[in-house]
Design a binder for this molecule. Structure first.
Ligand code: DON
Length: 304
């Protein structure tokens, strides 16, 4: 067994000693206030051991990481019908690109780019009784933690500046791939993205994907096949136009968010979450990616 605590502490020191920490996202104005010197990492093994270093208990905006949990909930609710409305191919384009959606007649390439996530949000709005509350409860329940919440200021900040997401939702609507009103779907989507969690909570929430679909409290959330499929989508699409690079450098299914979080996992082995708010040019956490590359190199734990 690798000495996980020592390895995480080294990764933290490396991050502290790196001067280029990337750039904090500012296109959602409320996110621009976050201090890029934060760095947290948390690991949980399938045997139930926990390791955390740095700012792993400080909450941050999970943003696109929420798209995996939204997809999991949609899968639980409507199963394979999802794939009538969203494809499962990597897009090779930035998360908010619109051109492909037009060329491909309103069928998003995958559920993790914004257009695909907005279709998943539409599915949840149609199938949940109280969409925002029920989704929040789903995440709280996965985690066994009732303190998790939306950040209303972040949701509002994105609502008043999210012109591209409005364009995306309208384009989906024009292709009849959005059943609910644009405003209702985006209100849900912006709240979903605004959820705040810390590294430890994210590691716990994602445990079911490393555990054949069974969450921490051992409830069955997805079938083994569904969990396998979601992991495949995370591996191929979780980093958008940097998914190849993440597989190449890290070798794990991983999902990023513009709040600077990354969750990565090795089925039947561990879930690891990093948080470093500075992003690289593709919108993924610069030091988070570096730390995970070093983690899988040192531990020799990857899917390849
Ligand atoms: O829709 C958006 O642009 C944001 N709410 C989420 C984008 C995001 O996190 C992209 N991932 N790195």
């Amino acid at each position: 067994m690798p000495d996980f605590q020592a390895i995480l502490e080294n990764l933290y020191q490396d991050a502290m000693n790196t001067s280029d920490k990337g750039t904090v996202a500012s296109y959602i104005p409320e996110l621009a206030h976050v201090d890029k010197n934060n760095f947290g990492i948390h690991l949980r093994t399938s045997a139930g051991k926990d390791y955390g270093v740095g700012d792993y208990k400080k909450p941050f905006s999970i943003q696109s990481i929420s798209k995996v949990l939204a997809l999991s909930k949609a899968m639980e609710l409507i199963g394979e019908d999802i794939w009538k409305r969203v494809d499962v191919e990597p897009s090779g384009h930035p998360f908010n690109q619109l051109a492909l959606l037009e060329i491909e007649n309103g069928i998003p390439r995958n559920p993790l780019i914004n257009s695909g996530a907005i279709v998943i949000a539409d599915i949840l709005v149609s199938n949940l009784e109280n969409p925002k509350e029920d989704f929040l409860n789903y995440i709280r329940d996965l985690n066994g933690d009732d303190t998790i919440n939306f950040n209303i200021d972040v949701a509002h900040s994105e609502k008043v500046t999210g012109f591209k997401n409005y364009a995306t939702a309208n384009l989906l609507k024009s292709f009849e791939n959005l059943n609910n009103p644009v405003d209702d779907v985006l209100d849900f989507y912006f709240h979903q993205c605004s959820i705040e969690m810390n590294c430890e909570q994210l590691t716990k929430a994602f445990f079911f994907l490393s555990n054949k679909g069974n969450c921490l409290s051992n409830k069955i959330r997805l079938t083994k096949t569904q969990a396998k499929r979601i992991n495949a989508i995370i591996l191929t699409c979780g980093f958008y136009d940097e998914a190849g690079e993440f597989a190449f450098e890290v070798g794990l299914p991983g999902k990023s968010g513009v709040g600077g979080g990354i969750v990565a996992l090795l089925p039947d082995n561990f879930v690891v979450t990093t948080w470093s708010p500075g992003l690289n040019i593709k919108g993924n956490s610069l030091l988070g990616m570096k730390a995970l590359e070093k983690f899988t190199t040192e531990t020799k734990l990857s899917i390849f």
